[in-house]
Design a protein around this ligand. Structure first.
Ligand SMILES: [Zn+2]
Length: 85
């Protein structure tokens, strides 16, 4: 079970949150990219082995949306990876 750091409520149990999914790249203009790139944007979900940036909604708490980095290998919340990582 994750303990997620809410900026308003502090460390809270994962059961108080709703998963909002991974943070995706900015939506491209459909007429500025190839069909393959557009289909990839619509259908591909970031699923790296390692840190992934995710959105969570503190739905049973203060109601804020927050972004965390979670390591998919350990399920631990980690610091935002730097340029060296
Ligand atoms: Zn909160």
């Amino acid at each position: 079970m994750l303990n997620i750091p809410c900026p308003f409520c502090g460390q809270r149990n994962e059961s108080e949150f709703a998963y909002g999914g991974p943070v995706k790249p900015d939506r491209p203009q459909p007429d500025k990219v190839s069909n393959d790139q557009w289909v990839d944007y619509l259908t591909q979900v970031p699923n790296p082995l390692g840190p992934v940036e995710e959105r969570w909604w503190h739905v049973k708490g203060c109601g804020t949306w927050l972004t965390i980095w979670r390591d998919t290998r350990t399920h631990d919340i980690v610091e935002e990876p730097g340029d060296a990582g």
